[in-house]
Design a protein around this ligand. Structure first.
Ligand SMILES: CC(C)(COP(=O)(O)OP(=O)(O)OC[C@H]1O[C@@H](n2cnc3c(N)ncnc32)[C@H](O)[C@@H]1OP(=O)(O)O)[C@@H](O)C(=O)NCCC(=O)NCCS
Length: 182
């Protein structure tokens, strides 16, 4: 089990996807909801997994392509595998896909208390665009709206490549896993 694959999620992985969603978000989307994302041409739904039958899901990320914007709806890494660079790698792969789709900016909502995730996004140039008051119904917590422009600027494209290569090397060196992206 030393090969990790990052690739579009398939129906075979849906049960694991819902379990990871429950673990990381307390049940944000249903199985039907994820299934609809698989079928949508405007969605990138990626899973990081150890291959197998079924694959062992370690993390996932999702973006919606809306006009010229990439809206990041999901970023999650199984607690057992956090803090090893996987979250960054999934985020950077989503941003690469957004850039290749020709999108201009990325946006997302994050709980104001989620300092780790906010630090992750800030590291790659996300800035606060505003606050959605009492956005999360479970706790009534506010959401920060984060955005990152300039996805088509050559400096960003070069940086993205370098960041992704660096995170990839870090993962390979520290975990010993091989990392394959489809
Ligand atoms: C957010 C999440 C996806 C990050 O995944 P991860 O694999 O642990 O992230 P990484 O190991 O790639 O770390 C990313 C960076 O985030 C920052 N970070 C992570 N946790 C942090 C913390 N507790 N405090 C400060 N910075 C933190 C660091 O900058 C870190 O980079 P570094 O290791 O180079 O210092 C993961 O914690 C998760 O699934 N959380 C639950 C779901 C969630 O909140 N998703 C985000 C919704 S918007």
């Amino acid at each position: 089990m030393n090969l990790l694959e990052l690739k579009p999620i398939t129906t075979q992985m849906l049960k694991a996807v819902v379990e990871l969603d429950l673990l990381c978000f307390g049940g944000l989307w249903t199985l039907d909801g994820y299934e609809r994302e698989i079928d949508s041409p405007n969605t990138d739904l990626l899973g990081l997994s150890f291959p197998g039958n079924p694959p062992l899901l370690v993390g996932m990320g999702c973006l919606w392509s809306i006009v010229d914007e990439a809206h990041i709806t999901i970023l999650a890494v199984h607690p057992r595998y956090q803090s090893q660079g996987f979250g960054q790698f999934i985020l950077l792969t989503l941003l690469t896909s957004a850039q290749r789709r020709g999108l201009e900016r990325a946006s997302l909502e994050v709980r104001t208390s989620n300092k780790g995730a906010i630090a992750l996004y800030q590291k790659f140039g996300f800035k606060t665009a505003g606050i959605r008051k009492r956005y999360y119904c479970d706790t009534g917590e506010d959401a920060l709206i984060l955005w990152r422009g300039g996805l088509q600027e050559s400096e960003f494209i070069q940086n993205l490549k370098t960041w992704r290569q660096n995170v990839r090397s870090r993962i390979v060196t520290t975990t010993g896993y091989q990392l394959k992206v489809h």
